[in-house]
Each structure stands twice: as structure tokens, then as C-alpha cells.
Design a binder for this molecule. Sequence first.
Ligand code: NAP
Length: 259
Amino acid sequence: MAVITMSQPRNILITGASSGIGAALAVELARRGDRLWLGARRVDKLDGIVAAITAAGGVATAVSMDVSDAAACARAVMAIDDAHPLDVVVANAGVGGRGLRVFDIDIEDAAEVVATNFTGAMATILPVLPRMKSRGRGHIVGVSSMAADLSQPAAPVYGATKAAFTFFLDSIAPDLAKAGIATTIVHPGFVKSEMTDRNQFDMPFIVDTATAARDIADAIDGKRSWLRFPWPIRLSMALATWLPRNWRAALVDKTTKLR
Ligand SMILES: NC(=O)c1ccc[n+]([C@@H]2O[C@H](COP(=O)([O-])OP(=O)(O)OC[C@H]3O[C@@H](n4cnc5c(N)ncnc54)[C@H](OP(=O)(O)O)[C@@H]3O)[C@@H](O)[C@H]2O)c1
């Protein structure tokens, strides 16, 4: 007799789900049958995404969350986990800041980028780890950036926060694996979103959010350790890391020159 195994829907929290990559990933994972908790500050936007998912037969709940308030973020994550033990946590919330070059960096802007992209990401992940450890399973997904792969004079603070987040995830992955918790580090190239709509330069190999969401959902389903996409920019970045620093900076400057 054939044995049919039905996979259980996973409980998944996605931060930064009110727009862009996070919203598209929510729609994609709901379409694949998972139960979603969607966190962000703009609850009206979250409500619209929840309504679209529900209308399509999916299951999603909006959660008001500001990840830059670490204590409040941790409380919100634990409240979800208390009622619905989380199988997957996707730390996706992020801000680009004002993208200022070194002599113009404003420390308050820089502090907000750090509080969201790095401290906020840790505040999203850390509260669930002891719980996942005691359950002997779980999956942490960090949406970092290809900006972490290459120093860039045009976005030193943003790149530094993403490099810090990637370094953190890569550092904790071995201990998490021993506890049965998978880790996926995501380095997107350019994806069309509210964040990149502000960019005043041409973005090579830019992809839409639905394409990004499918790639990320596939990586989550496959419990891949790393995902870098799309491949042409991945290859370009890998080659650029071999260049001397000044050449690399000149190349990055040329690529991100204002339109
Ligand atoms: N687009 C790209 O080319 C690209 C490339 C590499 C990496 N990424 C990364 O992908 C992630 C998603 O970015 P995106 O491109 O989709 O941009 P986006 O459309 O601007 O989305 C950013 C999301 O983060 C949320 N967010 C920002 N600050 C938050 C806070 N303090 N608390 C909770 N949520 C917060 C926003 O929601 P609220 O404003 O409603 O809070 C929004 O849902 C970011 O981490 C970004 O760095 C993007």
C-alpha cells in the first residue's frame, strides 16, 4: 500500500512584510500552504496583504512590530511563539537610511540603520532560539544583502550593518545546527521595491519581488545555508572582490553613478 505523507503547514514569522520582498515572500509562502505572521510598523499595509492572502485561501495574521525597539520586538516574537510555536523566522525588516557617503554621514540616521538592520534582526531571532532548541527543530532565515559581499563608498553604513548581520548568522549557524535549527543566509542583489525605488542610479540585473520571493521560498523549503541571487550580479561581485581596493571602489562608483 502506498504511504502518502502530508507535510504540515509551518508557522512562519516574516518581519518587514508590509512591502517589497517581505510582502511578496508572505504571498508565496502562503500559496505553498504555510501559516504566516507578518510584522512591520505600517499595520494598514499589513492588513491589505493579509486580506489578499486570505482571499486566495491562505492563512496570515498582521502583527504591529517595530524591530528597532529591541525589547518590544522580543516581546512580540515571544507572544506569537507562545500561542503558535514558530517553525521558521525570517528576519527581513530593513532600511536603507539616507545612503550618505562618509563625509556626510549623519549619526542619528546611521544609528537607525544599525538599530533596524542589525540589532533589530538579532532582536527578532534571539528570543525564539532557546525555544527552538528545546523543541529540537526550527529554521532561521536572515535577509542580508549582497552589499555585505563588497565594500561600497556609496553605502558604507548600510553595507556594514548587512555585513554584521551576515557575520552574526554565519557565526551562530554551527551551534544552531547542533540544536537542530537550520540557518539560511540570503544575499539579494537589486530587487525592485520601495527601498530601491529611491535609488537614483541604474541597478544592474534588477529582479522583481515575485522572482525574489520564489528564490527565497525555494531556499527555505530546501533548507539551503546560503542564497545569493540573481546569478549575474553574484558572479560580478565575486570577480570584483579579487580587484585591488581602489579599482574595486572605482568600479562600484561607476556602476552606481547617478542617472
Ligand atoms: N531591494 C533590494 O534591492 C534589496 C537588496 C538586498 C537586500 N535587501 C533587503 O531586503 C529587505 C527588504 O527590503 P525591500 O527591498 O523589500 O524594501 P522595502 O519595500 O522598503 O521593505 C522594507 C520592510 O522593512 C520594514 N521595516 C523597516 N523598518 C522597520 C522596523 N523598524 N520595524 C519593523 N519593520 C520595519 C518595512 O515596513 P514598515 O515601514 O511598515 O515598518 C518594510 O516592510 C531589507 O532588509 C533590505 O535591506 C533589499
